[in-house]
Write a protein that binds this ligand. Sequence first.
Ligand code: UDX
Ligand code: ADP
Length: 465
Amino acid sequence: MKVSKICCIGAGYVGGPTMAVIADKNRDIQVTVVDINKDRIAAWNDEDLNNLPVFEPGLDEVVGRARGKNLFFSTEVDKAIDEAHMIFISVNTPTKTYGKGKNMAADLKYVELCARQIASVAKTDKIVVEKSTLPVRTAEAIKTILYNTGNGVNFQILSNPEFLAEGTAITDLEHADRVLIGGDETPEGQEAIQALVDIYAAWLPKERILTTNVWSSELSKLTANAFLAQRVSSINAISELCEATGANVNEVARAIGMDSRIGPKFLKASVGFGGSCFQKDILNLVYIAKSLGLEAVADYWEQVIIMNDHQKIRFAEKIVSTLFNTVSGKKIAFLGWAFKKDTNDTRESAAIYVADRLIDEQAQICVFDPKVSSKQMIDDLNYLQSRDRKSNQNHLNVVGDPYEACKDAHAIAILTEWDEFKEYDWQRIYENMNKPAFVFDGRMILDGEKMKEIGFKYYVIGSEY
Ligand code: UDX
Ligand code: ADP
């Protein structure tokens, strides 16, 4: 079966970049990305490619090449579903904040709504592809909804998890290590798998396109993220040991990473991992294991999250204890709010939790981030519900200039590894700060020796202070 029309429901960090690359590489396929959020769609259609709602290096060029030709962004969800042969579900699946599985299970209400909408609109056979990160066996739930509420239409459900990392989404898509496609082992299932394989084969070598059954595909996504997050928590655990003993975590990471069985990637100690995937996927894994009565499995993976929470709080507490056990009324500058560099995404960013802890101690936080809006930062803090909106606003000030952020500050905390931070005039920053001038480098990006030469009291994750 040759697919000529694709619809993607959800124009977010996953749906937008993924569909842009699929359209760019398959000029004979019409790709329509739909979303209920009108502002988001308007931003995707903005003539000025600098205003796209998702910031990703290279995304503007890809969208610029395909948009209006075979790539479209629209709010007409029903029309796009009706016309498409293949429908990707790329809506958000946040962790549940209520009811059974609160703070642990994925909230599938958006996915379920999509399935119901597809069922009610579809008049011809469709291949439905789950792209959002979902707990194992979600495809089964989607299938049940489609088969029991549809109008006799045939559906094939595929799982095609996304492995792109934010900030490098376009390269990750264009040069994917592997693409995973799970489908039914029936002849119709295999035909649907082949249709999706053909789309990716337009630019990826066939041997990188793996096909499995649906459940293996779903579980592989959770497992991949759990393993990556586990590496970060493992090195972060060692970072605390290094700080207490005088070892240097970078040196340890380098030494162990040269063992080809361990490998060098994802061994960078930091103030803690963030992002929309790691925590959510591990919590999902934990929830599934618990539901199946596998307590030891659940406890094992939960420890990765516990270590990560500890790392964020430990960083905040280091700031308080170093600043003579009080930050009340003191200005603390934050450089960076995004969960990593080269993205405007802040979901689960360590900065939010560090700020929250410092505001508990009545600090005055002043933030500069090259890509994150002040509204987003306040929303992030409010989402934690630690205090009322007004108090958050009174304690969090956002500025558009890094030098202003650091002026008169007692300490600077580096929360995101934006490259530009390394290029700042640190001498000038030092001169305009309160003394002693502290820098807490949660991302190990600055040259410690140089910082000390200038006069800073420099603290970095993972080595003796
Ligand atoms: C992750 C997976 O990498 C990707 O395959 C999946 O599709 C989605 O989840 P993402 O969350 O976008 O991608 O970013 P990633 O680069 O994995 O970083 C996650 C967090 O871990 C960031 O906060 C990052 O700063 C942190 N991290 C990563 C470290 O602290 N140290 C490291 O060595 C690597
Ligand atoms: P992700 O990182 O998984 O891409 P985002 O939150 O960035 O998550 O994007 C998900 C998008 O899905 C949002 O823009 C949201 O408006 C959209 N969405 C959620 N439910 C629906 C729905 N039923 N129909 C269309 N779009 C939806």
